[in-house]
Design a binder for this molecule. Sequence first.
Ligand SMILES: [Fe+2]
Length: 507
Amino acid sequence: MASGPSPYAFPLKVDDYASTPVPSMEEWEILWKAWDLVTAQMIPADALMEQPIPLRNPLKFYVGHIPTFEDIHLARATGTPLTEPASYARFFERGIDPDVDDPRQCHDHSELPTIWPELSEMLEYRENVKRRITLQYDTGRAYSDRSIGRALWIGYEHEGLHLETFLYMAVLSPNIKAPPDIPRPDFAGMARDAASRRVENQWFRIPEQELTIGYEDPESDDGPDRYFAWDNEREPYDIRTSAFEAQARPVSVGEYAAFLIDTGKTDEIPAMWVKLNTCDGETDGVPRGHDVEDTALQAFIAQHGHRTVWGPIPLSQAVDWPATASWNEMTSYSEWKGGGVRFPTLHEVRSIHEHAAQLNEGQLLSTTTTTTSPSHSNPANPSKNKDMHTDPESIFVDLGGANVGLQNFHPVPVTHRGGRLCGLGELGGAWEWTSTVFAPQPQFKPMDIYPVYSEDGLDGREAYWVVVCEAMDVVARASAAAEWAAERHVLLDTAFENMLQQFDNET
Ligand SMILES: [Fe+2]
């Protein structure tokens, strides 16, 4: 029982979100509407200098960063000067992504202005850049000049990714405001409904598979009009994954709370949780006949809340949501589970998603641990990503029904999904951690137009791939390719088989 879709929902069908390599003007309009909402209406202007994540720039930086990044790439592609004030390219070109353990270790980044521009000036600059983008479509150059098309593509995906990260930071702020035109969801009702639909989180056997990771993009303007790729999405390479078992769905908030109680780590709550200033807490929605029968657990849940853009809600109303936690937190959870349980590698996540897609297509019968799957059944075309990808269906997937792309501004329950293997985008609104260290893919080559994109994730620091889609997650176009991005972690969440996520993407 979700409350969506919201008036800010991004399209989820391939034909609607990736019909051409260059995002359409309509896609820009949807993105701008969402960006204006979160930066201008969901955070008060006088709170923009907050740093909800202390290792990040103030929120106001991103108000300048988004149009500046787009303008730099359009100026390069068109061979024309930067939009004024050109000094924005010095202040807002690149954010920061310091080492979590040693913040002194930080890649090259823009120097913040000593005196920040007035917000009105920054918003006027953004409008000027938006007009520059619109002009590319009015003149037809967006589609006739592939260099300009690539600049528009990277600017679009960059803004979408930052929409996600801005929201993640903003929801940590005490000054977050809900979207003014979206009614507060009935969280208590959703919780009661979710509690009544819980099923056992089954184990599924994932067969040995041959898969292709990434897709082809020589970053050439010759040849057919084909899809673009970030440096960490290319070039395609083949893998063979061994058979393994995976649980159907991510770890839930309630399960993570039980872990904290059992290990005595009750003061180590995830960043998305808050301790409520109440002695008895809110118990409405606390499911009975489940793990919360335990008195200590029930008391703990009653004393905590889960952050939302509507402010904290009782944790009892979120126990069926996916748990979002940092990589270290989820590693501890896995160790506590014992029995060799861990979260999956990047390739294993791809294998899970591929197998889930096959099951959903009815190509295989139900395969719990009690049944046998073909040892290397992979009906998908293993070479599909190696061609010049002019066909969006070859690299993007329909995400209908997934809680992504601002269908909602909150996670949705996952505990009813225990009988069916969750695939891409089916984690209730969370990204998915992997245990694979972020490192160059085979044939890795920095992007000609943005050579530093993956650079700071490849400097030997501890960083892990995260499979995107979910959370409040924004851009279906970027999310759709399971192998898409690699984020470095910093705060977030995960769950287990299928552990979830958080991410962070400071490009
Ligand atoms: Fe960025």
